[in-house]
Ligand binder design. Structure first.
Ligand code: UDP
Length: 255
């Protein structure tokens, strides 16, 4: 098993399938099947799902409404998606728990880190709803933060593109995919992987990100089996080198 614990980030928009809004039942079941197969490998699986198929905070501003209110609406949208995914997984007899960053006690457990860890250790698929529970963040940031908190080995960002390209492959046919790239290169080349807050959290905590095509059947399982799928973002390409001796003695501990 390549990873002990993963955090899978799915966008809300991906749940729309070919629809213009909301949840596509077929896509939802497809994702549930992929997650079930991933959990069956023995890897502990946590999931963060976005809400863009229902509402995003920035839309509120466009309506002339309050941004913070809009962000909470967005967070509630992620809870709707999380509940749908939970239900789809349960239909497939997968044990799940939904933990929310905003307290909604009738339908979700509150997010408590130790509880999340316990659920994962017991083999339950843990879904984190409502992002991090604060406005002005995204579910990408929630994915990075929760992944760090639960000490996941990697954030798997499931998208409809099979990795990070030199340019937007949907617009530029000459675009080439990177099999792997460093955080610094992503920043220097101004490539779009996650928003800056989410990206920086991963970078500073040395948490690798893999961007891959979640819509391709079996991709998630191949990834867990150790195959190169999508693009790996990591700290450094160069093999670790032993530090040069500085000739200095460690400073004496000051009481
Ligand atoms: N959101 C937020 N705080 C969070 C996570 C989400 O305020 O920690 C709000 C924000 O308005 C965001 C919306 O919820 O636009 C939906 O999440 P996101 O846009 O990340 O969904 P995705 O793009 O993945 O579908």
């Amino acid at each position: 098993m390549k990873y002990t614990r993963i955090l899978l980030k799915l966008s809300g928009e991906a749940l729309m399938g070919n629809q213009q809004y909301g949840i596509d039942a077929e896509r939802l079941m497809q994702y549930a099947e992929e997650i079930k197969a991933a959990a069956a490998t023995g890897t502990q699986v946590a999931v963060v799902i976005g809400g863009g198929n229902i509402f995003r905070g920035v839309q509120a501003e466009a309506f002339g409404l309050d941004r913070v209110q809009g962000d909470y609406m967005g967070m509630l949208a992620t809870v709707i998606n999380s509940m749908a995914l939970q239900s789809a997984l349960e239909k497939l007899n997968v044990n799940t728990r939904l933990l929310s960053g905003v307290t909604i006690q009738r339908v979700c457990e509150p997010y408590i880190r130790r509880r999340a860890l316990r659920h994962l250790e017991k083999g339950r698929v843990v879904i984190f709803g409502a992002g991090i529970g604060s406005p002005y963040f995204t579910t990408d940031s929630a994915a990075s933060l929760r992944a760090i908190e639960i000490e996941a080995d990697v954030v798997l960002k499931g998208t409809r593109v099979d990795g990070i390209y030199t340019a937007d492959p949907e617009k530029d046919p000459s675009a080439v995919r990177y099999p792997e790239i460093t955080f610094d290169e992503v920043m220097a080349k101004n490539l779009n992987v996650m928003d800056m807050t989410a990206f920086t959290l991963c970078k500073e905590n040395n948490l690798p990100i893999i961007v891959f095509d979640m819509n391709k059947h079996g991709n998630l399982q191949r990834l867990l089996a150790g195959e190169t799928v999508g693009t790996l973002v990591k700290i450094n390409n160069a093999p670790a080198q032993a530090p040069e001796p500085s000739g200095l003695q460690p400073a004496a501990h000051k009481a």
